[in-house]
Design a protein around this ligand. Structure first.
Ligand code: SF4
Length: 83
């Protein structure tokens, strides 16, 4: 099982780093525009910082970020077997 993570619309990110503090394994603030992004290692496309696929073991951490993002732009879904 894996978790698909989206930051959408990423332009709405207010960059106060809740997701990167609660789930640094998955999220980072980019140097390019100062907004949150899915870390490169998880991205489905390296040029798309808004979406990625992470291991199911990171579900709790992703959910913590989802539930605490002040502008509610992080979404997730289970994918694969047992989803
Ligand atoms: S928690 Fe939400 S608003 Fe805050 S940095 Fe992460 S995506 Fe941006």
């Amino acid at each position: 099982m894996a978790i698909r993570v989206y930051i959408e619309p990423r332009e709405a990110c207010v960059s106060e780093m809740v997701c990167t503090v609660l789930c640094p394994e998955v999220f980072e603030i980019t140097r390019e525009d100062g907004r949150a992004a899915v870390k490169v290692q998880w991205r489905s496309s390296k040029d798309n910082p808004s979406e990625g696929l992470v291991g199911g073991d990171l579900e709790d951490c992703v959910i913590a970020a989802v539930e605490n993002c002040p502008v509610e732009i992080i979404r997730w879904e289970r994918v694969g077997r047992g989803a």
